[in-house]
Design a binder for this molecule. Structure first.
Ligand code: GTP
Ligand code: MG
Length: 273
């Protein structure tokens, strides 16, 4: 049996699972859990010291699920406390603040911390990850848009939700889907079910959308050297158009990336004799 599979897995019987929260300090991990478990929101920031632990019961289909929630502190200071709690986990709530780009960029480092602490025999493939793009109520400060977050999550086979612990938007839906996915995983012998979207676009498409998003000018966007010829621009354009055409590519953000490539080509061709 896999190390992090829960002990009891007969259908219809109760099941014990362990879930943890992960993400930078102040992104809203504790508030998301509080909103779901206590139906309330606290606007004052009370940093989690080390770990908060809670138990809750939920019903998924005919099974009663006993959930042990370990709400982790995001501050680097608590690394030594956190690292004891990664093992034997079935589900991770991975949170970032849509108004704090740093917290989004830190998601890979959080996965790396967990992987390192699980050690060489730890398996991240049989853990359900629910990515929460939190604080969507703060629309004015938003700097990580939905397609960027969704692309990151879905290209890793993770669930993705837009949430606000303040208004409650997306919170129940997130937990319900999260728990159902964990039960499915337990009943599926510990294999994470592939989401439709993660199976339907390639790593090349996801990487290309990210590259286009971060490109500094039209040359860079098409992947050609400044001063390239019409033929070179057209060749690069055709390659990207085939890869990203909305009829062919369902990766989040592909439509915007496709439009940006069309505009970049038009702008460059105008100035090439
Ligand atoms: P650590 O325990 O330090 O790792 O932080 P945390 O990720 O648990 O953050 P916490 O839930 O304590 O929330 C941090 C701050 O963000 C608090 O002031 C919350 O009131 C606020 N907050 C949390 N979620 C939301 C949200 O969805 N919208 C808004 N506007 N504020 C939120
Ligand atoms: Mg907290």
């Amino acid at each position: 049996m896999e190390a992090n599979m829960p002990k009891r897995k007969e259908p219809g019987k109760s099941l014990r699972i362990k879930v943890i929260s992960m993400g930078n300090a102040e992104v809203g991990k504790s508030c998301i859990i509080k909103r779901y478990c206590e139906k309330r929101f606290v606007s004052k920031y009370l940093a989690t010291i080390g770990i908060d632990y809670g138990v809750t019961k939920v019903q998924v289909r005919d099974r009663e699920i006993k959930v042990n929630i370990f709400d982790m502190a995001g501050h680097p200071f608590f690394y030594e406390v956190r690292n004891e709690f990664y093992k034997d986990t079935q589900g991770v709530i991975l949170v970032y603040d849509v108004g704090q780009k740093d917290s989004f960029d830190a998601l890979d480092a959080w996965l790396a911390e967990m992987k390192q602490d699980l050690g060489p025999h730890g398996n991240m493939e049989n853990i359900v990850f629910a990515v929460c793009a939190n604080k969507i109520d703060c629309t004015k400060h938003r700097c990580v848009d939905e397609s960027e977050g969704r692309l990151w999550a879905e290209s890793k086979g993770f669930l993705y939700f837009e949430t606000s612990a303040q208004t409650g938007e997306g919170i129940n839906e997130m937990f319900q889907t999260f728990y159902v996915s964990i039960v499915d995983l337990c009943e599926n012998g510990g294999k994470r079910p592939m989401t439709n979207s993660s199976a339907s676009f390639t790593k090349e498409q996801a990487d290309t959308i990210r590259r286009i998003r971060n490109s500094k000018d039209s040359w860079d966007m098409l992947g050609v050297k400044p001063g390239a010829s019409r033929e070179e621009v057209n060749k690069a354009y055709r390659k990207l158009a085939v890869l990203l055409h909305p009829d062919k590519c369902v990766a989040p953000g592909s439509e915007d990336a496709f439009k940006a490539v069309v505009n970049a080509r038009t702008a460059l061709l105008k100035n090439i004799k």
